[in-house]
Design a protein around this ligand. Structure first.
Ligand code: AMP
Length: 588
């Protein structure tokens, strides 16, 4: 067994820093992984990415530049002021470390041999230190490393601690490097540095291996584990299962605009479900009853949601499991769902957790099961997973329930269900294929979202603005207005999205400019006022209250859909109607 010297890793860092080419970086890492022992692989892969924890792990090294200055001073005996001056000159504390350790080495400091593991362990210890005396102990840990480090090593130690590696080694590079490294010979992968070109032999076979590596990563989220399995071979890789407590990438959805499109994508019959406006939570339980809650971005939010953890513990009847769900906030007085914004503050919250869970309760709407009683469910069809969910979840409204679901082939059923969903405050529906597996991390057509379109408004252009740059000949941003109860035009926003740059593509800026120019009443700077004659249909994401416009409302993300030639300005949407839509939105 070979324990890797940190200096070897540093050579690789240097090599990586000399190229910006992704393929070359991949090649360098793939060669390097071949010489890395199983014992070293875990920390080496993380260190290559410039981190010491996998990305789902919320622990942080937590050392700021100030503390680093202090540690450098402790390690070298040079005053903080002097080091800071040097820092101002160099702009990079890693480089400063290299320079001052070099001068010191010539006089007093001796280098000891640092292994990659020693560096890794000390950096992890930094993250674990908490409470009284932390600063002192952190300084000591860093100084210990720096006194043993060679100049070049110290540069990378400092950069890693400050999370400033920037070597362009992301997940994609590591994934490909694993494929090249462990399957390269079988696949006949050849990398030609000169042309910066790669030959992969048979693309199909290559993709099979690349997919196996990606799938293994999707369920484990640890490249070190994936690399270890890859070293053993393809079947070890394919046999990699998920582990309770380690988040897996969730399955994502495509978007459709019509019910027909929904059916076309997932097939008939299919499941349709309410699309809740909350945030994704995957809940895990292991054999000893420990619960984890992860967001869609794999952050561990178990501490932020003790209420959810409790519902899951009590109401999911399986010894071990991973379930997928949407947590939705609701008004504790009326029981009505809140839009996501109202509860988003709970996700990052560190204090007053109990109060937050009492003030902003959430209901867990469970829609999938990925693992249950020791068995992975991802290859099972959706229909079977749903049946299992119905068996293991003891529903308790306002705590934990199954997502509302219906199986159908009929468009009119879907439309009815859609209205029901939107009236109950949801975003729309999800369509799900009955026979589809769960595909972690993939945006495949196994589930699609179908969101409520806002009612459009018919608005009149009352002003515009001359554009900039290549748009300077066009009136390109239009002030739009609705009609108040006295038939006055009151402004409700500015729209420019939706018009085309080229005449042949549809309603264009040129055409609109031609229409508006003769209607100009006054000009001030770039702004013009126009006679209210041109009516357009406008879509938007939301109506908001706003003091900026005379209607008292503003449209969020307004987009021009078409010119309304069939209606005159006196038929524009009324302010009353806007108010009604606004109220309706609040109820959703
Ligand atoms: P979007 O965030 O608009 O891409 O929509 C996909 C998201 O909808 C998922 O990531 C879930 O967080 C959420 N969602 C709400 N209800 C469901 C449901 N019944 N099934 C699956 N996802 C849902």
């Amino acid at each position: 067994m070979l324990i890797m010297d940190y200096s070897r890793l540093v050579e690789v860092y240097e090599e990586l820093s000399r190229t910006t080419k992704r393929l070359e970086k991949t090649h360098i890492i793939s060669e390097f992984l071949r010489e890395t022992s199983l014992e070293d692989i875990e920390h080496v892969i993380l260190l290559l990415e410039g981190r010491v924890f996998p990305n789902y792990d919320s622990r942080e090294i937590g050392v700021a530049a100030r503390l680093m200055l202090k540690s450098l001073s402790t390690a070298t005996g040079i005053s903080i002021d002097k080091i800071e001056n040097e820092w101002k000159k160099q702009g990079d504390l890693g480089l400063v470390a290299e320079v001052i350790i070099k001068t010191k080495k010539q006089s007093t400091l001796h280098s000891a041999k640092l292994t990659a593991k020693k560096v890794f362990d000390n950096l992890r210890k930094l993250a674990e230190l908490q409470g009284e005396g932390t600063v002192g102990r952190k300084t000591q840990l860093i100084a210990e490393l720096l006194t043993s480090a060679k100049p070049m090593e110290s540069k990378y130690i400092v950069k890693t601690i400050l999370m400033e590696m920037r070597l362009g080694v992301g997940e994609g590079v590591i994934r490909d490097a694993i494929v090249w490294s462990f399957f390269g010979r079988q696949l006949g992968i050849k990398y030609a540095k000169e042309g910066n070109d790669i030959e992969v032999g048979d693309r199909e076979i290559y993709n099979k291996y690349a997919d196996a590596v990606q799938s293994a990563y999707d369920v484990t989220n640890e490249f070190a584990e994936v690399a270890k399995a890859a070293k053993k071979g393809l079947s070890a890789l394919e046999g990699m299962g998920m582990k309770v407590g380690i988040p897996i990438q969730v399955m994502l959805s495509l978007k459709v605009d019509t019910v027909e499109e929904g059916f076309e994508t997932v097939g008939k019959p299919c499941a349709v479900e309410f699309k809740y406006d909350g945030f994704r939570i995957s809940a895990h339980k292991n054999e000893s009853g420990r619960i984890w809650l992860f967001t869609r971005r794999l952050e561990d939010v178990t501490n932020q949601f003790p209420d959810v953890a409790e519902h899951v513990r009590k109401n999911v009847k399986a010894k071990t499991f991973i379930i997928d769900s949407e947590a939705v906030g609701y008004d504790k007085k009326t029981g009505k769902y809140f839009p996501f914004q109202n509860i988003s503050q709970r996700i990052k919250r560190k204090h007053d957790i109990e109060k937050m869970s009492a003030d902003f309760p959430v209901e867990l709407n469970v829609f999938d099961v990925i693992y249950s009683d020791g068995k992975s469910m991802i290859k099972e069809p959706f229909e079977k997973r749903r049946k299992l969910l119905e068996k293991i979840i003891k529903q308790e409204p306002k705590k934990i329930v199954l997502s509302r679901m219906k199986i159908t082939s009929e468009a009119k059923d879907v439309e009815k269900f859609f209205k029901e969903a939107v009236n109950a405050g949801n975003e729309g529906l999800m369509f799900k294929a009955l026979n589809a597996p769960y595909k972690p991390g993939a945006r495949v057509g196994y589930m699609v979202k179908f969101k409520a379109m806002m009612e459009t408004l018919d608005l009149v252009i009352v002003g515009a603005e001359w554009g900039e740059g290549k748009r300077s000949k066009w009136l390109s941003s239009y002030t739009i207005a609705c009609l108040d109860e006295n038939d006055n035009f009151v402004e409700i926003g500015k729209a420019s999205t939706g018009l085309k740059e080229k005449e042949e593509e549809g309603l264009s800026f040129m055409e609109m400019t031609r229409l508006l120019k003769p209607l100009i009443i006054s000009e001030k700077g770039k702004e013009v006022k126009v006679k209210p004659k041109i009516m357009i249909e406008v879509g938007y994401d939301e109506i908001q209250k706003s003091p900026s416009y005379s209607s008292g409302f503003a449209l969020r993300f307004p987009r021009i859909i078409q010119r309304r030639l069939d209606k005159g300005p006196e038929e524009a949407s009324s302010l009353d109607y806007v108010k009604k839509l606004y109220e309706g939105q609040k109820k959703r």
